[in-house]
Ligand binder design. Structure first.
Ligand code: TXD
Length: 324
């Protein structure tokens, strides 16, 4: 048996897909194939990135395809295929449109990359991961979603700005579904071991510190919307791509990273058979372990609200006939 480079399939070559391809190349994570239904576009994007290889000094194969055969044998698939919500479109309309797309994508992956790990990014995230799992029938350790890495990075960024410290030293964790019910864990947030709340209290006193933290929690929950409002068209794409690449790298390099991932729970946090964002160990076997934190009453309550929001999405998917 010969060693081979990992093959990374990017399903969806839009805004996030493009940055994913460039990051895979810059980090030499493996050979990249980008799939999209738009004729020639993934071929053009990957050609453009490949032509920077001499300048940036990377050496990986990049290609584009409009047929699922092109992803044959992929080790890892990162899925961004889907449409954004358009004016006049209801939540159900978007759910139906993207569920139809993810169903197609899942069938393509099942047929051509049956041994792959699948990272779903498409929205509504928690519902699309659930559908991906159901259609592929892959084991839960191989199908998971990106939300928490980004939400946590956003939270950490705001904390760093507020305290005037390096973002590299900030650890912050966001659990729950990928929506405005997400659960930023204030009690666990720290700057290289120093509790963030303590640092805020030193700066502002107890009362104001609480207010400042509440603002940061609110901003984290609305961070996606904040970017959408500024961009006017489309949603965040640099940071979601970075987040998914960190997850892919953890799997490809068997790093055993502890990252918040949308993973299938089986009793943890009082939740059974539902995809929710929780810290996991990510390594060569994908989701290798789910880490169950001892949440306090207030945190568990927020988690329950978030879990219920995800359950609602799953119910909608059942009602629309996508999930059994
Ligand atoms: O953190 C997160 N999980 C997210 C998720 C953060 C930001 C955005 N998030 C969602 O990711 C967003 O709501 C979208 O559902 C996806 C992808 O976002 P992106 O900004 O990359 O969207 P684009 O630019 O519209 O790209 C989507 C591509 C586009 O090129 C389409 O032609 C393609 O998807 N597409 C398909 N590809 C394959 N197969 C099918 N059927 C298909 N339909 C559309």
């Amino acid at each position: 048996m010969a060693f081979k480079r990992p093959k990374i399939a990017l399903i969806g070559g839009g805004q996030i897909g493009g940055v994913l391809a460039q990051l895979c190349a810059l980090r030499e994570l493996g050979d990249v194939v980008m799939f999209d239904i738009v004729q020639d576009m993934p071929q053009g994007k990957t050609l453009d990135i490949a032509e920077a290889s001499r300048i940036d000094g990377f050496d990986v194969k990049l290609s584009g395809t409009n047929s699922y055969e092109g992803i044959a044998g992929a080790d890892i698939c990162i899925v961004t295929a889907g449409l954004p919500r358009k004016p006049g479109m209801s939540r159900d309309d978007l759910l139906t449109t993207n569920a139809n797309i993810i169903k197609q994508v899942a069938e393509g992956i099942k047929t051509y990359a049956p041994d792959s790990f699948v990272i779903v990014i498409s929205n509504p995230l928690d519902a699309m991961v659930t559908l991906m799992k159901e259609v592929t029938g892959f084991p839960a350790n191989r199908v998971f979603g990106q939300a928490g890495v980004l939400d946590s990075s956003r939270f950490a960024t705001f904390i760093a700005w507020e305290l005037g410290v390096s973002v590299k030293d900030v650890n912050a964790l966001v659990l729950g579904g990928h929506g405005d019910t997400m659960v930023p864990l204030v009690r666990y947030a720290n700057v290289n071991g120093c509790p963030v709340m303590e640092l805020l209290e030193q700066k502002y006193g107890a009362e104001k510190a609480k207010e400042v933290m509440e603002e940061m929690v609110k901003r984290t929950r609305n961070a996606g919307g904040e970017v959408v409002a500024l961009l006017k068209t489309g949603s965040a794409f640099y940071s979601p791509a970075s987040a998914a690449i960190q997850m892919a790298e953890a799997v490809i390099k068997d790093e055993k990273r502890v990252l918040p991932v949308c993973a299938l729970l089986n009793g943890e946090y009082g939740v059974k058979n539902l995809y929710v964002g929780v810290p996991v160990v990510l390594g060569a076997n994908g989701v290798e372990k789910i880490i169950e934190l001892k949440l306090n009453e207030e945190e568990q309550k927020m988690m329950d609200v978030s879990v219920n929001a995800v359950k609602g999405l799953v119910e909608d998917m059942k009602r629309l006939g996508f999930l059994s």
